[in-house]
Design a protein around this ligand. Structure first.
Ligand SMILES: *Cc1c(COP(=O)(O)O)cnc(C)c1O
Length: 334
């Protein structure tokens, strides 16, 4: 019996995702063996960590009889894209509130895909996901959907759906532990991008509950160290409660590297562009500047400062996000 088997789950993606060796990337860095966990290949629209998360969130929505799902995030949100795709697959109406919108509509990357997926798209200049005024707007959209005859389901990650998303990554930790069992050497460290933090929280909780001691570094994409650490601990421990796990997560269970963090509106740094090009030119694997490029830049910097032995194995979790790349064309300077 797995840790999350009792939760409702909608079959939307392809799991387990591959765990692939990246020998040319490892050789280019002259450091440890590198494995890439290909959650970018999880399927649904274009894959990524959100496909795994929405198997649980939309499984819960379906179990509650929802006919419409409502969520907010930025204009290049991978979450909203996979939500719309998953809702379509399950016959639910996707209603998206795009946050921080002040400029003209730019139909590129994920923003284009929201339209192709047929989502009902609303916008607000509010950017902070914790702002009570944003929550009020989401409530208004729920009320309007109900008035139109829908049974609405609110996807709001500071609330219950973030805890379900964390559970999705507890199950990813179980999946990885099974894959590690088939390797010659146990991985010693794992890197991934930390945004709102459910993904990191789920992996930390899953690995520690299963007794694995590998190091885990969340490379914070936007938040300062302390906020990222606090969000990860809070999601992990709310999820432990939901799943009936006794283990509690603390600051000693993982590291947050905030040296790559940058506001989403800023151009990609040299380190991020270099990381994207290195993955592409050694392994043919595509990253993007908002999440995975920063995580890779953090991992590369750690390898270059000699944090690992050549006999170590480091896992890079590829969380997807490819469409966002196309909102950053100029920054590559080609
Ligand atoms: C959402 C997302 C993340 C961050 O996940 P959190 O659970 O919010 O920390 C990382 N990478 C990609 C591509 C994402 O879309």
């Amino acid at each position: 019996m797995g840790l999350v088997d009792h939760l409702p789950r909608a079959a939307l993606g392809h799991f387990p995702t591959p765990l692939e060796p990246a020998p040319r990337l490892g050789a280019a860095l002259g450091g440890p063996q590198i494995l890439i966990k290909r959650d970018d290949l999880s399927g649904l629209s274009v894959g990524g960590s959100k496909t795994r998360i929405f198997e649980f969130v939309l499984g819960d929505a379906k179990a509650q009889g929802a006919t419409a799902v409502i969520a907010s995030a930025g204009e290049q949100s991978n979450k909203l894209r996979e939500l719309a795709a998953g809702a379509n697959r399950l016959g639910m109406h996707p209603i998206l509130l795009l946050t921080g919108v002040t400029g003209p509509r730019q139909l590129t990357g994920n923003r284009l895909l929201f339209e192709i997926l047929g989502a009902e798209v609303h916008t607000t200049p509010i950017a902070d996901r914790f702002d009570p005024a944003l929550v009020a707007e989401l409530d208004r959209l729920c009320t309007a959907a109900a008035a139109a005859g829908h049974q609405p389901y609110l996807v709001y990650h500071p609330g219950k759906t973030g805890t379900l998303g964390t559970a999705a990554y507890v199950s990813a930790a179980e999946e990885l532990v099974a894959q590690f069992a088939g390797l010659d050497r146990a991985p010693t460290h794992l890197f991934l991008a930390t945004g709102a933090a459910p993904t990191t929280a789920g992996l930390v909780l899953g690995f520690r509950t299963l007794g694995l001691e590998l190091g885990i570094t969340g490379v914070s994409v936007a938040s300062p160290h302390d906020a990222s650490q606090a969000h990860t601990i809070a999601y992990a421990n709310r999820c432990a409660e939901l799943l009936g796990i006794d283990r509690r997560i603390g600051a000693a269970d993982f590291a947050i590297d905030d040296t790559q963090r940058a506001d989403f509106s800023l151009p990609a740094t040299r380190a991020v562009i270099e990381a994207i090009e290195l993955f592409a030119r050694t392994e043919g694997v595509l990253l993007e500047p908002t999440y995975t490029g920063k995580a890779a830049a953090g991992m590369i910097a750690a390898i270059r400062r000699g944090a690992f032995k050549p006999t170590d194995t480091v896992v890079f979790v590829h969380t997807g996000g490819l469409p966002g790349l196309f909102a950053h064309v100029e920054e590559f300077g080609y």
